[in-house]
Design a protein around this ligand. Structure first.
Ligand code: NAD
Length: 343
């Protein structure tokens, strides 16, 4: 058996805490990738993994991702992530959440948690009864979706400027995959600019309703990525950019809010070979975390907005270096982030 810390996903994590509380049935991992820029911040995911090793890999990858994301967002925060390994029935009790919160608390502020997949706002409130190290509670910034949507919108416009030579979105066709909190918010901004919207959602009725409201077109979810469009904006799932899906793209730009869009991490090269401009996901979708972590340095609304306004500049810096060096935008972003966290 290889040692845990020689796993590629381990990538020099500063600390990985395995938490077990037999009484409540809690099994969790808290992965702290870097505290170079500040406390390791990142959400808690509550998920049932058929294979616990997959949960561990998820925690490690997501934690490193948070290091990069927080660094590229200019936040005084490092990166971490927690995964609670749910049972098949996804049993979530107050005792289990309390045991998890005590583990977070035991880290003394080195890890700050927030909401992620499988955790509700109410769950975060119950964690906060046992530890102060919870970000994004109600009344402290609220739903990150609208902030993410605004950052993605600004990033989409920056991508349009670079790839299409205009940031005027009037008549620019944008195909949005997933019209939930982020994709729906993005659609509203773009509709106000007169963009030609093509929308798809797993919940087809939702896409139809939004298209009716905003004056776009709803298409089947199977069609959206290969729909002919100036810009494709993935705002639903991760891992949607595969060798196969990239071959079917009919667009100049991929710029959207979904996390981990590159299926294996190496697809940036395929996009570049096809002349498609890619906005690295964790750079363009940082608006939410910028808002969630506002209490870390007490940033007010103006500062939060200013930080989100800087997302296009960061993307432009990535694209310029990519153009100058031939490296793909995702690898340029990773290198910039690594430098920022002292690696
Ligand atoms: P959401 O649940 O509000 O919306 C996601 C939408 O995508 C839903 O309407 C869902 O029906 C749809 N969907 C799911 N699978 C689909 C598929 N195969 N095809 C088409 N539509 C599909 O989630 P959200 O908060 O808008 O987040 C969307 C993405 O952005 C996720 O990848 C999330 O990790 C990422 N993200 C969100 C935030 C945030 O602040 N909410 C921040 C950073 C990244």
């Amino acid at each position: 058996m290889t040692a845990f810390w020689t796993e590629p996903d381990f990538d020099d994590h500063e600390q990985v805490l395995f938490v077990r509380d037999a009484a409540s049935g809690l099994t969790a991992l808290i992965a702290i990738h870097s505290t170079h820029l500040g406390p390791a911040a990142g959400g808690t995911r509550f998920w049932h993994y058929a294979d616990p090793a997959a949960g561990m890999r998820d925690a490690l990858r997501l934690s490193r991702g948070m290091s990069y994301k927080n660094a590229m967002a200019g936040l005084p925060a490092g990166g971490g992530k927690a995964v609670i390994l749910a049972d098949a029935a996804r049993t979530k009790t107050p005792e289990l959440l309390a045991a998890f919160a005590r583990a977070v608390d035991g880290l003394g502020g080195k890890y700050i948690t927030a909401q992620d997949v499988g955790m509700s706002e109410a769950d975060m409130v119950s964690l906060s009864q046992h530890t102060a190290h919870v970000a994004g509670l109600p009344g402290q910034g609220g739903d990150p979706g609208p902030y993410t949507a605004r950052g993605v919108y600004l990033g989409v416009k920056a991508a349009a400027q670079r790839a299409l030579g205009t940031s005027d979105m009037k008549g620019v066709r944008v195909a949005i995959q997933g019209v939930g909190s982020v994709g729906g918010g993005l659609a509203r901004y773009l509709a106000a600019d007169g963009a030609d919207l093509i929308l798809a959602d797993m919940d087809h009725a939702r896409a139809i309703a939004l298209a009716d409201e905003l004056g776009g077109r709803a298409v089947a979810k199977e069609e959206i990525l290969s729909f002919e469009a100036d810009i494709v904006s993935p705002c639903a799932l991760g891992a949607i950019l595969t060798e196969q899906s990239i071959a079917t793209l009919r667009t100049r730009v991929v710029a959207g809010g979904a996390n981990n869009q590159l299926a294996t991490g190496s697809e940036g090269r395929l996009l570049q070979d096809r002349g498609i401009l890619y906005a690295p996901d964790y750079v363009i979708n940082a608006g939410g975390i910028i808002n969630v972590l506002r209490h870390i340095d007490g940033a007010g609304d103006d500062e939060i907005n200013a930080r989100i306004d800087r997302i296009p500049d960061r993307l432009e810096a990535v694209w310029q270096e990519s153009e100058a060096t031939g490296a793909t935008p995702d690898s340029v972003a990773d290198r910039m982030a690594q430098k920022l966290i002292g690696r």
